[in-house]
Write a protein that binds this ligand. Structure first.
Ligand code: NAP
Ligand code: 3JN
Length: 334
């Protein structure tokens, strides 16, 4: 690793961008200089990094002069427009959006799972969707020892996955609903307070975009086009951390006890599986944590090689900013 790097954060004022700044500081990422980039709306505002105020700049094609590493999270269309310029200027870009995830020339990386793929990059590495990342961290150790034929996953996704403003809208809706007033609908298509809802654009197939991301990204990361993935993604009135109920069919028999043993030492995984003592991962406990928590591991007696797992992770940390920083740390230290 060089002594330090000139870093730019695109989307610095957003929920992911904010977490990125927090983690760069927390993990003592070797930052020589830091450029905070956002839209014209927040240009001129000030954010603080290591107690130093930094003025937010409007993102333009000139933003990447003298930048070594770019962390980008301002939406897919912004990435499509600006990342090619950043690469051209010689920066290493870690992109948190869906813009290039399925591009054959762009590695899609979860460090605990397929860090080797990152090393073949052409200046750009894509961070998977948050729901895919936590599922991959939990399932790769099982995939390696027993193979996986099919995954059936249902998610319980927190509102912070949508945006910083969505978090504020749930606060507002909760107050309104408790006061018996009509709820404000701005970011959400439905009432989110006291509700369980679907929150992503639907495709002609009936799947929504989040479900298709989970399916395609899983196959790309595992480099396995034969694996079956059935996903149902759901938004719940939780602020931080996504939970997932995952059912798998393995190639070789793996009992729940063997799966527990396998996950106990897996990188990035925290096993929390003692239901008789009420020990299992809960979103409120996992929010703010770095590991992917796994519990409620059970044999699924309805098929020969079936297992059930409950997987929870902080979607803004491991699901987005932390995964991106870990990719950069790994590449730069090589
Ligand atoms: P957010 O809270 O709404 O923040 C959006 C950020 O993008 C803000 O900093 C905003 O700046 C900036 N931005 C918007 N339009 C821009 C433009 N034209 N030029 C420059 N900056 C612009 O959203 P978020 O939750 O942080 O998510 C941001 C993006 O990250 C998402 O769209 C998604 O692509 C990605 N994401 C990925 C994951 C994952 O699963 N890995 C999870 C969540 C999000 P202003 O403050 O100036 O508007
Ligand atoms: O909804 C969530 O919990 C995660 C959302 C991620 C997201 C939101 C808007 C645009 C993405 C993503 O990371 O796939 C995108 C996008 O980049 O397409």
């Amino acid at each position: 690793m060089r002594e330090s790097y000139r870093v730019a954060v695109v989307g610095a004022t957003g929920a992911v961008g904010n977490t990125m700044l927090q983690l760069l500081e927390e993990r003592s990422f070797p930052v020589a200089s830091l450029k905070l980039l956002a839209s014209h709306r927040s240009a001129g505002e000030i954010l603080s990094f290591k107690d130093t105020p930094i003025i937010i700049e409007e993102l333009t094609h000139d933003s990447f002069e003298d930048v070594d590493v770019v962390f980008s999270s301002a939406g897919a269309s912004v990435s499509r427009e600006f990342i090619p310029t950043a690469i051209e200027k010689g920066a290493l870009v870690i992109d948190n959006t869906s813009a290039f995830r399925m591009d054959a020339a762009t590695p899609l990386v979860v460090p605990e799972v397929n860090m080797d793929a990152a090393r073949a990059h052409n200046g750009l590495i894509a961070n998977p969707n948050c729901s895919t990342i936590q599922m991959m961290v939990a399932l790769k150790p099982i995939y390696d020892v027993a193979g996986i034929k099919r995954i059936v996953v249902s998610t319980y996704q927190s509102v912070s996955g949508k945006s910083g403003r969505a978090v504020m809208e749930l606060v507002q809706q909760t107050t309104e609903a408790l006061e018996g007033k009509p709820v404000t609908l701005d970011k959400f298509p439905h009432q989110m307070a006291f509700n369980v809802a679907f929150d992503w654009p639907f495709l002609d197939s009936g799947d929504n975009e989040e479900e298709v991301k989970m399916i395609n990204e899983t196959r790309k990361i595992l480099e396995d086009d034969t694996i079956g993935v059935s996903a149902t993604t759901v938004r719940v009135p939780v602020f931080f951390a996504h939970s997932e109920s995952i059912n798998i069919e393995t190639d070789e028999k793996l009992t729940a006890a063997q799966a527990r043993e396998c996950l106990a030492t897996a990188p990035g995984v925290k096993l929390m599986d003692d239901p008789s003592n009420q020990q299992y991962p809960l979103a409120v406990d996992v929010a703010g944590e770095d590991d992917v928590y796994v519990g409620r591991i059970r044999d699924d007696a309805s098929i020969d090689n079936g297992l059930n797992l409950w997987v929870v992770a902080d979607n803004l940390r491991k699901g987005a900013a932390l995964n991106a920083i870990q990719i950069a740390e790994n590449l730069l230290s090589a």
